[in-house]
Design a protein around this ligand. Structure first.
Ligand SMILES: NC(=O)C1=CN([C@@H]2O[C@H](COP(=O)(O)OP(=O)(O)OC[C@H]3O[C@@H](n4cnc5c(N)ncnc54)[C@H](OP(=O)(O)O)[C@@H]3O)[C@@H](O)[C@H]2O)C=CC1
Ligand SMILES: O=C1CO[C@H](CO)[C@@H](O)[C@@H]1O
Length: 281
């Protein structure tokens, strides 16, 4: 792998991570991923697989200090006390004594809390305190749109190091990404492969043939060339390898632009302003 990404708090993260949502045989998938060179592993309490992620990391034999483990506080655990409790439970399930990165998975919003901005700030305060106690190296958010981030920043002691967002050529969320750049907040891309929804895209297939790479490799390379950290999930050892084998070529500026101009047609339908009424538009 090439260059790491330095977060605004100084922590260095690998340029590609490994997603574990719905990873079949999670422990084995995580061990394979670590064997293939992944060092950043993404999980969440809601995935129900933190115990298996911990087992996979343990069985990899790689020193804890060389691994970067992310988990997230779920929607039902927002608030100061609930978030602290959720963190402790995640840590225990993972069999770890600290996390590298802990995120608010989805923001509270005006549909589910009258005082949604306070709820997000109180949750954030719990993460700040846990970081201060040395239990988390870096703290961040996920699925925060400008309205959530701007309110949070007004009261935060610590600027989030990361905002993990849906991001792929078919859904580029440029407004929030630009705001993150302004605050030196690193973006991580969830569903970086759009769960296969872009596999038939003509531009991606033409570029893939030109470089002799797969469509997935082209998408991931396009992502890392923007200093955005993709966290692709696969439970298949060949695809796990393929998704990290993206550091022996570079997309030209012209091909980057072609991919960035793909119509926005791959959105998952999940938006931070809709929960809990509905998740799909
Ligand atoms: N913060 C948040 O709200 C969210 C975070 N996430 C995180 O992001 C991670 C990645 O996102 P995810 O939604 O899983 O989707 P991805 O975009 O990573 O796509 C995963 C799907 O693509 C397939 N796949 C993987 N690699 C390849 C390849 N090289 N060629 C063809 N198909 C491939 C996988 O199948 P197979 O396993 O068979 O290879 C799987 O079906 C999650 O696992 C999770 O950790 C995800 C959603 C929301
Ligand atoms: O992290 C996640 C995994 O995928 C789920 C379903 O798309 C999301 O809701 C959740 O945020």
């Amino acid at each position: 792998m090439t260059e790491s990404i330095r977060l605004n708090d100084g922590l260095l993260l690998p340029p590609v991570g490994f997603g574990t949502y719905k990873a079949e045989s999670t422990a084995e998938a995580v061990r394979t991923a670590v064997e293939c060179g992944y060092r950043l592993i993404d999980t969440a309490s809601v995935y129900g697989n933190e115990t298996e992620v911990g087992q996979g990391l343990e069985s990899s034999g790689v020193n804890r200090g060389n691994l970067f483990v992310t988990s997230k506080v779920w929607r039902t655990d927002l608030g100061y006390n609930a978030a602290k409790k959720a963190f402790e439970a995640s840590l225990k399930r993972l069999s770890l004594d600290y996390l590298d990165l802990y995120l608010i998975h989805w923001p509270a919003n005006s549909r589910n809390f009258d005082d949604w901005a306070d709820v997000n700030s109180e949750t954030w305060c719990a993460l700040e305190d846990l970081q201060q106690e040395g239990l988390i190296k870096s703290i961040g958010v996920s699925n925060f749109w400008p309205e959530h981030l701007e309110k949070l920043l007004k009261r935060a002691r610590v600027v989030p190091a990361v905002n993990q967002l849906e991001f792929h050529p078919g859904y580029q969320q440029r407004i929030i990404i630009e705001l993150c750049r302004q605050h030196n907040i690193t973006v991580q891309a969830w569903s970086p492969l759009a769960r296969g929804r872009l596999a038939e895209d003509e531009v991606l297939n033409v570029v893939a043939s030109k470089y002799g790479k797969s469509v997935s490799q082209i998408i991931l390379r396009w992502t890392v060339q923007q200093n955005i950290i993709p966290i692709p999930k696969s439970a298949n050892s060949n695809r796990i390898k393929e998704n990290i084998d993206i550091f022996d070529f570079e997309l030209s500026a012209e091909d980057m632009s072609h991919i960035s101009a793909i119509p926005q047609k791959g959105f998952s339908g999940e938006r931070p302003d809709l929960w809990p009424d509905r998740q799909r538009t």
